[in-house]
Design a protein around this ligand. Sequence first.
Ligand code: GLU
Length: 493
Amino acid sequence: MSTKPARTRVAPSPTGHMHLGTARTALYCYLLAKQTGGQFLMRLEDTDLKRTVEGTEQELYDGLRWLGLQYDEGPDIGGPCGPYRQTERREIYQRHIQTLVASGNAYPCFCTAEHLDRVRQEQLKNKQNPRYDGTCRNLDPGQAARRVANGEPYTVRFKMPTEGVTVAHDHLRGDITTQNDQLNDFVLLKTDGLPTYHLAAIVDDYEMGITHVIRGSEWLGTFPLHVNLIRAFGWEEPIFVHLSVFLKPSGKGKMSKRDSAAAMKDGHSIFVKDMDELGFTPEGVLNWCALMGWGVAEDDVMTLDQMVERFSIDSLTPSPAAVNFQKLDHFNATHIRLFTAEDLAARIKPYFVREGLPVDDATLLKIVPLIRERLVTLGDCLDFAAFFFKEEVTPVPEELIAKGLDAKQSAEIARKSHQILSALSSFSHSEAEPPMRAYVEESGLNPNQVFGILRVATTGQKVSPPLFESMEIIGRDKCLARIEKAIQVLESL
Ligand code: GLU
């Protein structure tokens, strides 16, 4: 376990919906920071203006807060290393790029898009990896400076070493060695004066004192560039952790748009913004994300605080993780069982309100213990408990007929039940159940037949929480009225 306070960051781009990969990265960053008494930062990497999607910046803040991963510093809350939005840090990148150019580690490039495209086509035709052909790499610095001063459009490229090897160390994968002649002179600063990811991320990680860079494995390809860049600046390298990739549920290939659409149809999603709507809890989602790439026992149920205690970057695994939505269901259901009755009542209340049902807290608190074990998502509360708050229920008439009996016989049972129940002095389940059981006994009927009719009559559905407990909550008058209505329906069949 690392004992030095860690400074970690999640650095998403506002280019699309917040994905569970971002949630997982944020979670690991949060855990490490909290465990070591350090700080967890949120940085917005918004320098790719063409790909920016309006609304997704807010979605990131909201998503992290919903998950309970509150950052200590960030664009919307500030902090000692701000601003935390990269488009507001231009001067910082300009300053650092000048140092790199001055030290001969970077150079202005005046190549036009047409030229670059021609070179690329040519290389592809010759079955070579497309890379910069080096036209501007050896321009005379004085002459290049004059062209810049004259207002000629330019980018700034990194001058990659061309000989030897680059050894980059990943905490999970060990040393990664790359032949330098395979590397490319990447663009660091674009013609619009904004940095590319490579420059911005490296500069910001340095400026913000980041100790651990935990990020997606899509950055492994340019990892050698990043370490060369850090070394060219003469900075200390943070610890790099490239997380495992997510695979589609079948384990074959990466999640595609089609897989996401299929998941949505099935009541699941890979986007954080959908989770609440679909009835998933932050606790369930976090637990699910945590174990995709963290090698604790498969089925470990943990709260955020427990994760903080147990987390270690040493137990992260680089092997790909298949997205398993059944596990999301499992963790969600498990956490629902761990909430206090008050907490769960407060979480399911909005679902009833949204349906326009007159839900009251006292009734809800009585219902919670009856339905808790049946909930996979919070929204399931409607299936199991909406009838408590409805003035009337409308059962499917045929469902009132007990198995093996006809409508007339079923009506007779309903009548008899009504008689027994209306004679009771109290409608509590402990008072109502024994005489009803005695009736079942005497009549020689099967309990499922009698209780089935009562269940459908009073709740309107075939599946419900325990019958007598439910009837107690529905209340005497409503129950008797519902049974009377059921008798009428059965008689009309
Ligand atoms: N903006 C990058 C992304 O969204 C961040 C990668 C990193 O954490 O450095 O993938």
